[in-house]
Structure formats: structure tokens, C-alpha cells
Design a protein around this ligand. Structure first.
Ligand code: ADP
Length: 256
């Protein structure tokens, strides 16, 4: 499914947090939103998921206005994984993930719902946690469970807000590999807010660099992650080398 954002603006109170954002996310691609703290990455993701209502502009899903969909239909199409949750769930992992089936569940949980949850836990390699209590898990484990909860929704678009921010390097790669696998196997489209420019570089088809409420530039990782753009947007001098799989590798040197 193709996602298009057209001329979207949003404000908290009087001040605009996003101004005139337009971008396309093609089916089966990963688009990263990068930019300094406060640039509007989380806000944009929430506007796409209709958690926040834009002041102006439209979100299209395969050319149809997302605003016209019922919230149940929208949640069948879009899964959202917020920044590392501090939610308290005194439920088992299995039940927390099963909650993700809510948009599909009729009067009762079906055998198919249970099967999808079990399959997803296996897909993520976390079936051993199924009967543990969510609250007793580490940040990295919780992040994978939150991902599982979005995956069982069987969305065509996955919105991830800083999916790797609290994870060690192994979990970062595991989570990103899961995302990549979903994109390859199920042709889902992903929009993710990312602080780590090198993970964005390595895993994205397109990088959207936000600055001061708007899009500063966007394109493939090599065209966006340049020392000049990083200096203009983050105020940091950096070196960019050729990294793994020929993707740019950014080394921040110092603030200017
Ligand atoms: P990012 O995700 O890029 O760090 P955010 O989308 O969180 O940026 O924030 C964009 C701007 O909106 C910032 O100036 C931030 O202070 C402001 N903002 C975010 N959430 C709220 C809120 N709930 N109420 C008021 N202002 C907010």
C-alpha cells in the first residue's frame, strides 16, 4: 500500500509543529524520518496514524483519504509502535500481543487469532516469553513485544517511533532485521523516526531529514546523509565514509 502525505501542517496550541509536509512512501519500502530533537518526527508519525488531527493537509492510502476510514479499518491497515513504552501491563506477553488482534476480533478470540499470535512470536524469536509477565521483561524485550503487537494487526503500513532508541547493538540489529524481513516478505511499507543516522542509512530506502517543522531534504541515504546537510540540520561537523553495503557511514566530529 502506498502512503502519501500532502501539504500537512499541525500545531500544538498556536505554534505550528509541522508546516507543509509532503512525502510519499512506496509499497515495500522503508522511509526514515531523521532530524534533531523537536524537529517534529513523532508528531508527523502521530498525524499519519490519526492520533493527532492535522490543521491542514491530507494523508492518502493508495489514493484514498485516511481521514474517511473508520478507526477499525484504519487500524487494520496501519500498525503503530510508540517510543519505548512505559505502559504497565499486568498481562502475559501472549495476551499483550493478542490485544493487537483487536481490530480483527469479532465477539470472541478465534483459533486463527491465537495461531497468528503464536506464529508472530516465533517469527520474532520470542516464543519463550509467551507466558512471562510483560512488566518483568527488559526494555529490548518489551520493544520486540510491542513490535509483535503491531505485526499481528497484519497492517500494510507500520509506523515506528524510535524503534531502536533504548536497545543494545545486538537488539538494534535484530529489530531492524525483523523490519526488513517484514518489508521483503509481506511488502509492507514502513515509516520510522530514527535518531541513529547509521541505522537509518543502512536500512532505509529513503531518508527524510526534518528541520524547523519542515522537510529540509529527502532522498536516498547517500544524497541526504552528507556532511553539508548534517551540519546545516544538526549543527555538527561530521565525516561521512563508505560503510557496510556501500551505505554512507556518518561519524559526528564536533558541534559547530
Ligand atoms: P521529535 O520527535 O522530532 O523530537 P516532536 O514531534 O516530539 O519532535 O516535537 C515537535 C515539536 O512539538 C517540539 O517543539 C515539541 O516541543 C512540540 N511538542 C511535542 N509534543 C507536544 C505536546 N504534547 N504539547 C505541546 N508541544 C509539543
Amino acid at each position: 500500500m502506498k502512503l502519501s502525505v500532502k501539504e500537512l501542517s499541525f500545531g500544538y496550541g498556536n505554534a505550528n509543529a509541522l508546516e507543509d509536509i509532503s512525502l510519499d512512501v512506496d509499497e515495500g519500502t522503508i522511509v526514515s524520518l531523521v532530524g534533531p530533537n523537536g524537529a517534529g518526527k513523532s508528531t508527523l508519525i502521530k498525524c499519519i496514524d490519526r492520533i493527532l488531527k492535522p490543521r491542514k493537509g491530507t494523508v492518502f492510502l493508495d489514493g484514498k483519504q485516511a481521514a474517511m476510514l473508520t478507526s477499525r479499518d484504519l487500524s487494520k491497515m496501519m500498525g503503530y509502535v510508540p517510543q519505548s513504552t512505559h505502559e504497565v501491563f499486568t498481562y502475559t506477553v501472549f495476551d499483550v500481543v493478542l490485544m493487537g488482534r483487536r481490530p480483527h476480533i469479532g465477539w470472541r478470540v478465534s483459533a486463527n487469532d491465537v495461531k497468528i499470535v503464536a506464529k508472530t512470536l516465533r517469527f520474532l524469536g520470542i516464543e519463550r516469553f509467551a507466558s512471562r509477565y510483560f512488566d518483568e521483561l527488559s526494555g529490548g524485550e518489551k520493544q520486540k513485544i510491542a513490535m509483535a503487537r503491531a505485526i499481528v494487526q497484519e497492517p500494510e503500513i507500520l509506523l515506528l517511533d524510535e524503534p531502536t532508541s533504548s536497545l543494545d547493538i545486538r537488539h538494534q540489529l535484530e529489530v531492524m532485521n525483523i523490519v526488513k524481513r517484514l518489508v521483503l516478505q509481506r511488502r509492507i511499507s514502513v515509516v520510522m523516526a530514527m535518531h541513529d543516522l547509521n541505522l537509518a542509512s543502512r536500512f532505509s530506502d529513503k531518508v527524510v531529514m526534518l528541520k524547523d517543522r519542515g522537510i529540509y531534504t529527502m532522498g536516498n541515504p547517500a544524497s541526504v546523509l552528507t556532511p553539508a546537510n548534517i551540519e546545516n540540520v544538526y549543527g555538527v561537523r561530521s565525516e561521512v565514509r563508505n560503510g557496510h553495503m556501500d551505505r554512507p557511514y556518518v561519524m559526528p566530529i564536533e558541534p559547530i
